[in-house]
Ligand binder design. Sequence first.
Ligand SMILES: CC(C)(COP(=O)(O)OP(=O)(O)OC[C@H]1O[C@@H](n2cnc3c(N)ncnc32)[C@H](O)[C@@H]1OP(=O)(O)O)[C@@H](O)C(=O)NCCC(=O)NCCS
Length: 225
Amino acid sequence: MTTLAENSHRFPLQVTLHNTAIVFRPLTSACRGAMLDFARDLPEQDLLFLDRDIAQPAVVDQWVRDVADGRLATIAAWRDNGIVGYATTARGNVRWSRHVADLRVVVAEGYRGLGLGRWLLELVFEMALEAGATKLVARMTPDQTGALSLFRHLGFEQEAVLRDHALDANGLTHDLIVLSFHTRQHPDNRCGSCGVAVLAPLLLEGDRLCSHCYESRYEELGSGD
Ligand SMILES: CC(C)(COP(=O)(O)OP(=O)(O)OC[C@H]1O[C@@H](n2cnc3c(N)ncnc32)[C@H](O)[C@@H]1OP(=O)(O)O)[C@@H](O)C(=O)NCCC(=O)NCCS
């Protein structure tokens, strides 16, 4: 079993989504300024329920250290010199939940609808599985409608509603919906080339691929969408 810090993905990974060139890279200290700019541009309601206040430099520094230590994995999506989204996965931190990984994703408002959220989730999903996870969990409030649609679209199912479980920055409580994805219930979600388990295959030239095979094929073709 590998840790989240040791995964076989080759980064940077470049793709073109609706004619927009995007580069995916793991979070490092070099991302600090760009991540703070990204956070400051996010709508307030999207910042309310992040597990960390990523607009704070010290919080981003701790986040970078946690990634380096393998406590969680974060992939940032870059457009030119700016971050336009990220996804994280963290493994259960007690022994009996080590097969469970949390997934989170946020995309900049101006880059939604391009397939970026889906790409980011695919990358962290594959990293979580490589590290031994078999159950993936995402949590969100009922008003995070875009996120609910995205996760349901990818096969996540509602598992629980935790009443008044989330407290926002204004002191108001919100219900929290827990969605889950059990890999054993999706045995057919496999890369059409190498057969590795995928969340939702990435389509390239009619093939249904994992991110590794997508990257190799994309390089061969010299472009993609
Ligand atoms: C949720 C979020 C990450 C989606 O990112 P995105 O890059 O726009 O998503 P994608 O373009 O990859 O969408 C993939 C699929 O998800 C669904 N989807 C995404 N956003 C949707 C929305 N607002 N309404 C309906 N469906 C949506 C669609 O089915 C879409 O499939 P399609 O392209 O075939 O239509 C983005 O809206 C966001 O950052 N929201 C705020 C943060 C948040 O709530 N995070 C969740 C916490 S875990």
